[in-house]
Design a protein. Structure first.
Length: 231
């Protein structure tokens, strides 16, 4: 690993900015560590720009940590601009960093467009951040919005949405019930699985999905009758 020693002054900032874009991910990781350990406002742009293109998970995580070390009054407005970026990774990483900062004023920036983002990773991150930042009085509206995404994507995407809805609490029950009673079997099964998880968080997601699919196939009344007969 290349050694990078922190020193004061603009030339060092320039060297660190270059190191954040090095070919070797270990160099990028160490550079992000140095920046976070010695916060410098002058490196805000370099950190944000690297977040938008960084392919390595561990480096991205260190970049986020470095951003959380800077004063939020300068970091938050810059992250808000990234939410409108054309790059999905820029949007998802900005959202992730907002979740780590945890400033509830950022709730207003979690728009419907982000919650419905065409990129699954962006949407998943938006769901998580929204649940973290939403004011109590707006939880029901968020639940109504999130259930519109039921049935979307692969297993990991559906699990992320279920976790977000479960984390919202009991306020999600009416919206999940409506979705479970709908005509789309995929949406109904996902809603049912989420309700199973909400009632019993220890249930595995796959088991909850299987149970929800069984209920959808049989109908609630027949499924209840079958369960009674098995007892």
């Amino acid at each position: 690993m290349v050694s990078i020693n922190p020193v004061n002054g603009t030339p060092q900032n320039a060297r660190l900015a270059d190191a954040l874009s090095a070919v070797d991910p270990s160099v990028r990781l160490q550079a992000a560590l140095v920046v976070g350990s010695n916060p410098a406002v002058g490196l805000l742009e370099a950190l944000v720009a690297r977040c938008a293109v960084e392919p390595d998970f561990f480096v991205r995580d260190m970049l986020t940590w470095a951003l959380t070390r800077l004063p939020p009054e300068i970091t938050l407005p810059r992250l808000r601009r990234e939410l409108d970026s054309e790059r999905p990774r820029a949007r998802s990483q900005a959202l992730h960093t907002l979740s780590k900062i945890g400033d509830r004023s950022a709730w207003a920036w979690i728009t419907r467009d982000l919650l419905r983002d065409a990129d699954d990773e962006v949407a998943r991150t938006a769901w998580r951040v929204a649940v973290l930042l939403v004011p109590e009085e707006e939880k029901r509206g968020l639940a109504d919005e999130l259930v519109l995404q039921l049935g979307r994507g692969d297993r990991s995407t559906q699990l992320s949405l279920s976790r977000a809805l479960v984390d919202l609490g009991d306020v999600t029950e009416p919206a999940l019930a409506r979705a479970a009673a709908g005509l789309d079997p995929v949406v109904a099964a996902h809603a049912g699985a989420t309700e199973v998880l909400r009632r019993n968080p220890e249930t595995g997601f796959d088991a909850a999905v299987d149970e929800a699919k069984r209920i959808v196939a049989l109908g609630p009344e027949r499924a209840a009758a079958a369960e009674t007969a098995e007892c």
